[in-house]
Design a protein around this ligand. Structure first.
Ligand code: FMN
Length: 438
């Protein structure tokens, strides 16, 4: 068996998988399910103070919807080809890409407010096995509120705490908007993130992790601020893609549900490459503290990708909501199988391995002056396999260089015009066009 242990905030985790703050951790019993399924840590739902009741006490009904990856049409799951073993708890593979929509304004932070949050943390600590860490999560608006939160956390047995600067609904002090579609969010105010990261570190003797979000900010600047403020880790999440809007052009209605003509948050596997890119960007630019990554994770392969990009741990929420906690068995099995196949014995060997491979100095990449601008003839060319070609004409239609003409339904290239951009190869539905060296 490969070694899946990892270090996070100076603590050893049995594997890098963390069940993110979301419904799959919203009660101690749910956290126990996460721990039993194999997660090495759970982040509890955020305890918020000074927030409006619409965040603390209300849900929308319906709250969620399943959509295609564009977030527009209903997603149609395919009937499973084969059932999975019962221990995995769900029948058959769920085919991505799907998107899970959170229909606003039905948002809820923690079900447990005030001292009940202390019981929630402590009961979770009692219920989960010792090899599963319990990470609390807090947010407040004013200094008084953050003080109150630190006092609350001190009463718990939490192993770590996340400061939820990632919530797309939390406004900054003195900037209370008329409605929640307005900025600025707390998470887009670097000075406040710095202030409250330091504030909580000074008051708490457990590791403090700052959770940051991508809307309206320079993420690298935010990450640097958290690191300089002394955070032991940053949790980088896409959780605030809030202003998604579904528009139905037949009904001419907006929103995902008749009752909620409002913005939604939505997500899909398409987020993960963005998170990978950001992690590498952080690592290349001086972020050395632990990074926990979340956003669209839907497979063991995604976990490996994010670790190669520099994540120390990986968090998942919506895949767990859709597919159940036990899907992580499959992810862990995949990681083991992949590492063994590749000859890796420990995650340390793959951690951050993509970072140095990414070239950001574009002058080091092979770039060409186009022929049309007087550049040299390309040293590659496009060729057609006439036997495979079905004569659909897609390549001709998409060629903005007008370098392709169909002759007897077979594409012919004008190599004087062709810039060898490769788009025709990409669109060919039968793989009949290939780029080759001249
Ligand atoms: C319904 C729902 C509730 C969430 N609640 C919280 C929360 O209370 N605190 C928090 O820090 N993040 C919260 N999140 C964000 C997740 O922790 C996570 O960062 C985000 O969903 C991205 O991960 P995913 O793509 O695996 O879902 C919530 C996400 C969802 C979908």
């Amino acid at each position: 068996m490969a070694e899946l242990k990892t270090q996070y905030c100076g603590v050893e985790l049995k594997n890098p998988l963390i069940c993110a703050s979301a419904p799959p951790t919203h009660t101690p019993e749910a956290c126990r399910r996460a721990a039993e399924a194999g997660f090495a840590a759970v982040v509890l739902k955020t305890h918020g103070v000074e927030l409006p009741d619409s965040l603390l006490k209300t849900v929308g009904r319906p709250t969620y919807a399943m959509a295609d990856w564009r977030g527009i049409n209903r997603w149609q799951p395919k009937a499973p080809k084969k059932s999975m073993s019962r221990k995995y708890g769900r029948k058959g593979k769920v085919e991505t890409p799907y998107t899970m929509i959170s229909i606003s304004p039905g948002v809820i932070l923690s079900y447990f407010v005030g001292d009940k949050y202390v019981d929630y943390v402590n009961k979770t600590k009692d219920l989960v096995s010792d090899d599963c860490l319990v990470i609390a999560s807090i947010v407040a608006i004013t200094e008084r509120g953050w003080e109150e939160q630190c006092n609350l956390i001190r009463k718990t047995n939490a192993d770590m705490v996340e400061l939820n600067f990632g919530c797309p609904h939390t406004f900054a002090e003195g900037k209370e908007p008329e409605d929640f579609s307005e900025e600025p969010l707390l998470g887009s105010m670097p000075d406040l993130i710095e202030k409250y990261t330091t504030f909580c570190i000074d008051r708490l003797d457990i590791p403090v992790i700052s959770k940051i979000q991508p809307e309206g900010v320079s993420l690298l600047a935010l990450a640097k601020i958290c690191q300089e403020a002394g955070a032991m880790a940053i949790n980088f999440s896409d959780s605030s893609f809030l202003h998604a809007l579904r528009i139905d052009i037949e009904e001419e209605t907006v929103g995902w549900s008749r009752d909620y003509p409002s913005f939604s948050t939505f997500w899909g596997p398409w987020v993960t490459p963005y998170i990978c890119g950001k992690l590498v960007h952080f690592r290349k630019n001086g972020i050395k503290i632990d990074l926990s990554a979340s956003g669209g994770v839907s497979s063991g392969a995604d976990v490996i990708r994010l670790m190669m990009a520099g994540a120390t741990t990986v968090q998942a929420a919506r895949s767990i909501m859709v597919e159940g906690w036990d899907v992580v068995h499959e992810w862990l099995d995949f990681m083991n199988e992949w590492m063994e196949r590749k000859g890796y014995r420990s995650l340390k060997e793959i951690y951050g391995s993509a970072v140095d491979k990414v070239i950001t100095d574009y002058s080091k990449l092979p770039l060409y002056v186009p022929q049309i601008m007087g550049g040299p003839e390309p040293d590659k060319k496009m060729v057609v396999n006439a036997e495979k070609c079905i004569g659909c004409g897609w390549c001709e239609a998409c060629c903005s260089h007008l370098a392709i003409r169909l002759s007897n339904d077979i594409p012919e290239f004008d190599y004087k015009r062709c810039e060898v951009c490769g788009l025709c190869e990409g669109v060919c539905p039968v793989g009949a066009i290939k780029m080759v060296d001249k």
